[in-house]
Structure formats: C-alpha cells, structure tokens
Design a protein around this ligand. Structure first.
Ligand code: FES
Length: 148
C-alpha cells in the first residue's frame, strides 16, 4: 500500500518535472536568441531590379551583387540564384555555359549549372541564394559578408 502511494508520488513528480521542462523551452529559446549575437540573422535583402530588365525568361546570367558573384537562372517568374564561390576552398568560379559546367581554377573542381558537384575535390553543392520576385521586381537575400 505504501509502495503504491510512493509510486504515485514519484510519477506525479516526474510529470511535473517533465511538464516544467517542456514549458520552459520556448522561454529558453527566446532568451538564447536575445543573448547570443551569433543567432541573429544578418542577411539583408538586395533589390536587384525589374525582372525583365535583369534577366530574360529562359536564360542565365552572372551578376555581381553585394561583393559576391551570383549565377541567375530564370524560368517564368521562378529565379534560381547560385553563389559562384567554390565550396571547397572559397575560390571564385567560372561559368562555362556552352559545356554546361561551372569550373574552379584553384583545384579543378567542377559543378553543373544547377550547382551539383560533378568533379571533386568539392563535396558540397554550390550554395543557393534566396531569390524572390514581387510585383515584377527581383530581390536577393544576401547572407552576411556576401559569402558563407
Ligand atoms: S577551391 Fe575550388 S576546387 Fe578547391
């Protein structure tokens, strides 16, 4: 009888402890966001310009924006933006449109035009930059410092 009562007390204590811990998570998250400068999103949105003036539908072009080179590709109102910085050791990349490749002169890394690795040493695909078209204007969300 006594052991059953102790078991209930112990179970209740565990429920209260777990409930308190779960309830405190949002507060701890908010506190961490407030305290830690590393968690602040330093990215900024750059206005690139009228979409039709920046890039024709169905085409690709390179663009230098906010200290970084970006490859834009447009299909209709969808725009993909790829950071032309090699993911191996951050060298600048060269777009070879006729071969459908993006090449790195530093160590011979090769990517396809979607940014996927074709030839090592890079192992990571090229970074995508968030692109948005609103009311016919293209915006890019540039990470802090331009490059990762
Ligand atoms: S920096 Fe591009 S392959 Fe090494």
């Amino acid at each position: 009888m006594e052991s059953t009562k102790l078991g209930r007390t112990s179970r209740r204590t565990w429920f209260v402890a777990i409930g308190s811990a779960v309830g405190a998570l949002p507060l701890l998250y908010a506190l961490q966001k407030y305290i830690s400068p590393l968690s602040i999103d330093h990215a900024r949105t750059e206005t690139i310009g009228a979409l039709d003036e920046v890039i024709a539908d169905g085409s690709r072009r390179e663009l230098h924006v906010a200290g970084m080179n970006v490859l834009l590709a447009r299909r209709g109102l969808d725009v993909v933006a790829i950071d032309l910085t090699c993911t191996h050791a951050a060298c600048p990349l060269h777009v070879d449109e006729s071969a459908g490749r993006i090449r790195c002169g530093c160590h011979g890394g090769v990517f396809d035009l979607e940014g996927r690795v074709v030839q090592a040493p890079p192992t990571e695909p090229l970074r995508r930059i968030e692109a948005r078209v609103t009311n016919g204007v293209l915006y890019l969300r540039i990470p802090s410092g331009g490059t990762a």
